[in-house]
Design a protein around this ligand. Sequence first.
Ligand SMILES: [Zn+2]
Length: 372
Amino acid sequence: MIAATLAALAFHASWIVGRPVSSAAAAEPAPTANNDNDDDALRAFAVIDPVDTHVHAFKSDPAFTELMTRLQLHVLDICVADTQGIYGELAAQLARAKGFVAANAGHARLCVTFNPFTFQRKDFAQSTVKQLHEEFAEGAVAVKIWKNIGMEMTTPDGKYVMPDDPAFAPIYREIAAENKTLVAHVAEPSSCWQPPNPDSPDYDYYKENPEWYMYLHPDHPRKEVILAARDHLLEENPRLRVVGAHLGSMETDVDEIARHFDRYPNFAVDTAARMEYLMIQPREKVRNFLIKYQDRVVYGTDLEFLAKDATTDAVKDWQDTYARDWKFLATDQMLPLRGREIEGLNLPEPVLRRIFHDNAVRWIPGIADSAK
Ligand SMILES: [Zn+2]
């Protein structure tokens, strides 16, 4: 009887922290309240069949696969085409992403991308459409465009190329025709255009990436101009499902997101790397927004698992993020944030189910069709 209880306790503990726990360890004093709390959060998170629609995973490791299995987690693994090489050269990055998807069979799907910098080549549209057609046939379920469109790419005469540039129109038509989804990271948080503020969630990022800090580059397009081009894209492609990454870069006010949802039925947003912005807006306003638009917000994190990362660090980072996000959305616990205490939203269960699972399946078909 006692042995059985100890074994059950050991199972409970090892289930969530992902390391073997001996009976002796289980007999030691209980872990700190915080760990216990995270265990409960991750257990409830797993039960809802979570889908994280925004990760960048380019490394395979059985210890990581174990995490995904334990959390019943499905992810969309997103490739990014850039000139900075944050995730490496595109072909190599794609190969590593495909390795991750294969190593986590049934738990990961691919979001591919294309090199936008060749947009002025005569065969750009034709060869990109052909490439995407092949990727879709191999199982890719979405296509990503990135902030370099609108903020970095220029024509030879120095004009910034916007996401609604006619050069991309055949590509958007192809994505819609094949019933795939466009994941659009367009523009940046408003803080990108504002003076440095150590209280901003993005302060460190712009300190470390001054080339993307538009406050230092007033000659670059304003945020409003870039988002207007994104809205034009939505209007011109009513049959194209678009998930606006990072709260659609409308992170400071859920009312602005709501106005876009009302105007563009083909538009949803993910929460990737912007949960803090939901935490710092007025609680009732955010809660009412998520309940009213419960079909339009998909869960995403922007978590990374890169070749250089130690797997144990990544596992901890992913678990911490999922536990924090679950506690914020699903409970009324008080959560620490930059010296403040934020009360969780305690959303109703059907709303949680939509945000963490159903919306991902509906907005990105194929993302988790081998679930369970
Ligand atoms: Zn991302």
